[in-house]
Write a protein that binds this ligand. Structure first.
Ligand SMILES: *[C@@H]1O[C@H](CO)[C@@H](O)[C@H](O)[C@H]1NC(C)=O
Ligand SMILES: *[C@@H]1O[C@H](CO)[C@@H](O)[C@H](O)[C@H]1NC(C)=O
Ligand SMILES: *[C@@H]1O[C@H](CO)[C@@H](O)[C@H](O)[C@H]1NC(C)=O
Ligand SMILES: *[C@@H]1O[C@H](CO)[C@@H](O)[C@H](O)[C@H]1NC(C)=O
Ligand SMILES: *[C@@H]1O[C@H](CO)[C@@H](O)[C@H](O)[C@H]1NC(C)=O
Ligand SMILES: *[C@@H]1O[C@H](CO)[C@@H](O)[C@H](O)[C@H]1NC(C)=O
Ligand SMILES: *[C@@H]1O[C@H](CO)[C@@H](O)[C@H](O)[C@H]1NC(C)=O
Length: 449
């Protein structure tokens, strides 16, 4: 037996039942030395514990003995390197556990989950060895778990039977399993909504897998090895609202890469290798609100790259190599709710006609200070001449409706009777690179005639 001394932190919420009332107390155990197994829980014998959050600071060899609580709702025993569970470890609490986090354990055999009648969330990330899913699938009763995390567990194969007992599963994390093979029907008996497949070593989209999960609403495919995406690759996912493809190797997209994503609101394509974007590529994503194209190698934005979308919230184009934005390349300023980030590029200017004009110039009302809208331009090489005057002229301090000053009152007067006005775009605080007379000056402080 190894002699071990290590430090652990535990935060425990205990609810005492007194005359029908219960309250929660917090017990901190700091710097307790423990031996071969968790002796520390004996103090909770027959207690009603709402949540116990126990984080071991160094890996160790542990056997988890019978938990002595009468009721235990949430248990988190993480980074403890537990290798063994006593047969009766969860006997007393299986009926009351709702959430169980055993990340950083090395358990080869797992108790029968069907005894955990209330368990909805099970987290077994990091170093769980072996055949957990096989073992589960050999049993018969269905399992009520809705949320299952199996990230970085060395999973190599998912088959039709892997999740056959998890009838209620909605959220599944199988990220960081780089040698994983997934059978096309692995999820077919589920109504999955959230799937995390980050860093699964994928080089192509698993189209057949997607075909079987039309219920999906969020999908994360970050850190894989995609160089391109197939045409219509996501068309079987009509309810997807969130798609993330960060940290891949994407260079170019076919015009119909995102066809069928009729519900998509958030698309993250940051940290890829795009040099160019074909106009029209986002046109069918009519519900799109946020688009992240930051940290790519884009050099220009072509005309009508973002034209058909009406409900923009954020467009992130920062940290590229953009030195050219064509006329009408960007969406109408009035249609972006919060942010256009053009920071850290190679822009020398930003022309007003880079933004599409509103078809109906009386359509949208907005004035400086009305909302959180901002254009970010810092980190470029701005030449501060009259081409930028439109940005500066319209720059005004934010009027405070609770402290109406003259500016505010005259603004309100000018709005009177008018249904709509042109917006005034607030910008961040970029500095000028040229001409020399303005070098290092703040753009917004320059008085253009
Ligand atoms: C599980 O525990 C780990 C380590 O303490 C923590 O980082 C993670 O957020 C927990 N997961 C959930 C879903 O509670
Ligand atoms: C599961 O059910 C099948 C038949 O439906 C039966 O043959 C098998 O023995 C059962 N297995 C267990 C572990 O109960
Ligand atoms: C998509 O969402 C709608 C509305 O929530 C729902 O009625 C429909 O069944 C979902 N489709 C699929 C394939 O899950
Ligand atoms: C991207 O692909 C399209 C066709 O799908 C092609 O017309 C275009 O030239 C490609 N762009 C680059 C930079 O390879
Ligand atoms: C957009 O969707 C329509 C209808 O589904 C389709 O005909 C068209 O080709 C799509 N456009 C692009 C650019 O893929
Ligand atoms: C537009 O986006 C906002 C969030 O930014 C959302 O609340 C609203 O429902 C969206 N409107 C439409 C018509 O999709
Ligand atoms: C533009 O506004 C006019 C008058 O308000 C309206 O009749 C017309 O339908 C609008 N056009 C578009 C394309 O929204």
């Amino acid at each position: 037996m190894k002699a071990l001394l290590f430090f652990a932190f535990a935060i425990v919420h205990i609810s005492h039942s007194t005359a029908g009332k219960s309250y929660f107390g917090t017990y901190d155990q700091v710097s307790s030395g423990f031996g071969h197994h968790f002796v520390g829980f004996e103090g909770y014998t027959d207690k009603i514990v709402d949540s116990l959050d126990y984080f071991c600071r160094s890996d160790a060899v542990y056997r988890l003995e019978k938990l002595p609580m009468k009721l235990l709702r949430v248990l988190s025993l993480t980074s403890c390197g537990i290798t063994e569970l006593a047969d009766d470890a969860f006997e007393k609490v299986a009926d009351s556990l709702e959430e169980l986090n055993l990340s950083g354990s090395m358990i080869r055999e797992f108790p029968d989950l069907s005894k955990f009648t209330k368990l909805t969330k099970l987290v077994l990330n990091h170093y769980l060895i072996g055949d957990f899913l096989d073992e589960m699938s050999r049993r018969n009763e269905s399992i009520g778990i809705k949320h299952l995390e199996l990230a970085n567990t060395g999973l190599t194969e998912l088959t039709k039977s892997s999740f056959s007992r998890f009838k209620n599963l909605k959220t599944l994390d199988i990220s960081y399993n780089p040698n994983l093979r997934i059978a096309p029907d692995a999820f077919s008996s589920l109504n999955l909504e959230n799937l995390n497949m980050n860093a699964n070593g994928l080089t192509t989209l698993p189209l057949e897998v997607f075909n079987s999960i039309p219920t999906l609403t969020t999908l994360s495919l970050n850190g894989n090895k995609f160089v391109k995406l197939p045409q219509n690759g996501f068309e079987s996912l009509p309810n997807l609202t969130f798609l993330s493809l960060k940290f891949n190797r994407l260079e170019n997209l076919s015009i119909d890469a995102f066809n069928g994503l009729n519900s998509l609101k958030h698309l993250d394509l940051s940290h890829n290798r795009f040099t160019d974007l074909q106009p029209g590529i986002f046109d069918n994503l009519t519900r799109l609100e946020t688009l992240d194209l930051s940290h790519n190698a884009l050099t220009k934005i072509q005309t009508k790259s973002f034209s058909q979308i009406n409900n923009w919230s954020r467009i992130l184009l920062n940290n590229n190599q953009i030195d050219e934005i064509s006329q009408n390349a960007l969406p109408p300023l009035e249609k972006v709710k919060t942010l256009i980030n053009l920071g850290s590029n190679k822009l020398t200017t930003l022309a007003i006609d880079s933004f599409l004009p509103l078809e109906n110039s009386t359509e949208v009302r907005r004035y400086n200070g009305e909302d959180d809208f901002k254009i970010i331009l810092s980190g470029n090489q701005l030449i501060c001449n009259k081409k930028l005057a439109w940005l500066v002229k319209s720059y005004q301090p934010r009027p405070d409706p609770h402290q109406p000053d003259e500016n505010f009152l005259s603004l309100m007067t000018s709005l009177k009777g008018k249904k709509y006005v042109r917006m005034l775009p607030p910008i961040d605080d970029p500095t000028c690179t040229a001409p020399e007379v303005y070098a290092d000056n703040k753009l917004v402080e320059i008085q253009f005639e």
